[in-house]
Design a protein around this ligand. Structure first.
Ligand SMILES: *[C@@H]1O[C@H](CO)[C@@H](O)[C@H](O)[C@H]1NC(C)=O
Length: 161
């Protein structure tokens, strides 16, 4: 009986579709890893993404959100970059907090994985961070928008004066 079932066209079809859905569900985090980048560079809240043949990557989140690696990082609802092996170049939609100032992250580069380091180019400075900070996709909390957030912090400093 069982063997007869495995030989049916129905089973073949079932197998085909389960393999197909497996390959379709390949995540943004798998894509990052296949490009020599750590999976945790993007949060687990990524809703969808498009990766074009020319290397352009567009990542969509449900809402802008905040998370933290070494410092706090802000993801806009759409994050784009050119993805090549070991690097995200021309990133847009990603900001990192440095001494209470939010700076856009421009490039993210892993030159030499054996160094255990990842380079963040945040315009004014290059920062080297430990790759281990980015192993697992972090959870990212929705935030009413960066501007609200900055205003809140300003209020905090004004209150200190
Ligand atoms: C990203 O890739 C596109 C298409 O290949 C190119 O036109 C653009 O200049 C690239 N941007 C950066 C910042 O490298």
């Amino acid at each position: 009986m069982a063997i007869a079932f495995f030989n049916t066209p129905f089973f073949t079809l079932l197998l085909f579709f389960s393999l197909l859905s497996l390959s379709l569900s390949s995540s943004i985090h798998d894509l990052l890893k296949s490009k020599g980048l750590p999976a945790g560079l993007l949060p687990s809240e990524v809703k969808s993404f498009t990766f074009y043949e020319n290397g352009r990557l567009e990542v969509f989140l449900n809402a802008p959100c905040l998370t933290k690696y070494e410092n706090r990082v802000y993801f806009e609802r759409v994050v784009t970059a050119n993805l090549t092996y070991g690097s995200l170049i021309g990133v847009e939609g990603l900001q990192q907090e440095e001494l209470f100032v939010w700076l856009p992250v421009k490039d993210i580069i892993v030159d030499d994985p054996s160094s255990g380091l990842i380079l963040f180019d945040i315009g004014l400075a290059h920062k080297q961070l430990s790759l281990s900070l980015f192993e697992d996709p972090p959870h990212c909390k929705p935030e009413g928008g960066l501007r609200n957030h900055v205003r809140k912090e300003k209020g905090f400093f004004e209150a200190l004066r």
